[in-house]
Design a protein around this ligand. Structure first.
Ligand code: TRP
Length: 465
């Protein structure tokens, strides 16, 4: 398999996997969820889930990938459990679905760079109208997909690794700059305390459950993205340490995004943040509320705004790259198709699958009010529907299946052997005992429960918690 390629350095793998993790989920999703439910209490739950529940899943995915040096479907075959390769197939389908709508949102962010740079802050109040211009917005999406495909077509070390090594540090530096700036604004303190002081009485079923979904999506788990990246990792790499660094990087960027956004919200609400009326919360936070803040900044607002969306696009790009790499690695390994060819075929197909998500924001009545779940009073758009299926349902299911498989089918001692490579002190360590316990019990039980609760709650209107 000399031609398969791989990461050229340990930093390269960590940068790429952290790049996959850090994305719209951190900068768009995380602050929006914090604002919508619980403030600091949400942050608190999110951190616990990342370490206790998600970290074992991440380690397991990387270990399976490195052991087999295969894509998520081939990996199960290579371990000798062909029957279980449906887990990988589910992952490939999730990758198709997630990238199809993720790219639409990335396209909006891309378009916003230009709107902000031109000082066109009015786009925010007219966000619905912006989304209606499907040819323009679709064009932005197309450029985004082509950029993603270009990076993936360059392969692992020359494309994914190289891009991540440049984009990730730039992203962090830009964010720190913007955080410092937002701290200087009036009433930034009110935003910060809403964000950082957990009011534990705010914790309820929804907060717990959203925090878990957020942690899972944000760390890129549950669809074999890390099986795929793991397959390019060198044998002398310490997987546990790498996974810890990836998790920390992901959390850092999410926390930084909050430190950037909540002071801005403190500023625009004149300190009245968190009083229940949050026009500021939810998915509209980034596209509707923030540009109004940039507008109020006055001179320099256009620059700050354009920088913010540029940063969002950087983060999104290293994520779309990982989403595309999963089906591409499958097609390359299993059907012996050249990488370049596979990339353009798959990217083109995913772009087409994304069209209903693109037009389902008002342009097409059918895709806008696509489906009404049982017990819901509002219809859900196609984009929302794909999100519920892929993010909320298939990812926790995939995560559950992966840890269940590792613990009970592949068996723990095999997982241990793989984790001990590049980590001579692993066996007998506390970390080993903890991971064994988590992979066998904590992660599968909780993920299994979450999966069932989501299906009942989302699609059937039966809310058990
Ligand atoms: N983690 C990315 C984000 O936060 C999204 C993402 C990229 C992803 N690859 C993934 C999510 C694989 C699940 C699985 O934006």
């Amino acid at each position: 398999m000399a031609t398969r390629g791989g990461f050229s350095s340990r930093l390269g793998f960590i940068a790429a996997a952290a790049g996959s993790a850090v994305g719209l989920g951190n900068i768009w999703g995380f602050p929006a969820e914090v604002g919508a439910g619980g403030g600091g209490a949400f942050v608190f739950m999110y951190l616990i889930f990342c370490f206790v529940l998600c970290f074992p899943v991440m380690v397991t995915e990387i270990a399976i990938g490195r052991k087999t040096e295969k894509n998520p479907v081939g990996a199960f075959n290579a371990l000798g459990f062909k029957k279980w390769n449906f887990i990988g197939k589910l992952g490939i389908i999730s990758g198709f679905l997630i990238l199809s709508f993720y790219n639409v949102i990335a396209g909006w962010a891309f378009g916003y760079i230009f709107e902000m740079a031109m000082g066109n802050f009015g786009v925010a109040e007219n966000f619905s109208a912006f989304k209606l211009q499907v040819f323009k917005v679709g064009g932005y999406g197309l450029v985004f997909m082509i950029t993603t495909a270009y990076v993936v077509s360059k392969g692992i070390s020359g494309g994914i690794e190289k891009a991540s090594k440049i984009l990730m540090p730039t992203l962090i530096l830009m964010m720190i700059g913007l955080v410092i700036y937002s701290f200087t604004l009036e009433n930034s303190g009110a935003g910060l305390s809403f964000y950082l002081l957990p009011d534990l009485s705010e914790i309820n079923g929804t907060v717990v459950y959203n925090a878990l979904g957020q942690a899972f999506f944000s760390l890129s788990l549950g669809m074999g993205a890390l099986i795929t990246y793991g397959s390019y990792v060198r044998k002398d790499e310490n997987i546990v340490t790498a996974a810890a660094l990836i998790t920390i990087a992901d959390i850092t960027v999410a926390v930084l995004a909050g430190l950037l956004i909540f002071p801005l919200l403190g500023f625009i609400t004149q300190g009245n943040i968190g009083n229940g009326d949050m026009a500021t919360a939810g998915p509209d936070l980034i596209f509707v509320t923030l540009p109004q803040v940039f507008e109020q900044i006055g001179t320099g607002g256009a620059l700050v705004g354009a920088l913010f969306f540029l940063l969002l696009c950087f983060a999104a790009l290293t994520s779309t790259v990982s989403l595309l790499e999963v089906p591409v690695s499958y097609v390359v390994d299993e059907f012996n198709i050249r990488r370049k060819r596979a990339v353009w075929m798959v990217a083109g197909l995913i772009f087409l699958i994304g069209i209903p998500s693109l037009v389902g924001n008002g342009y097409s009545e059918f895709f806008t009010n696509f489906i009404t779940y049982i017990g819901a009073d509002q219809p859900t758009s196609f984009l929302g529907f794909i999100g519920s299926i892929a993010n909320d349902t298939m990812l926790p299911l995939g995560g559950f299946l992966v840890v269940f498989f590792a613990a009970y089918v592949w068996k723990k001692h095999n997982l241990d052997d793989e984790l001990a490579k590049g980590n001579p002190n692993y066996k007998g360590s506390f970390v080993q005992k903890y991971l064994n316990f988590a992979v066998s019990y904590v992660s599968p039980v909780i993920l299994g429960i979450i999966f069932i609760l989501t299906v009942l709650g989302t699609f059937f209107g039966i809310n058990l918690i």
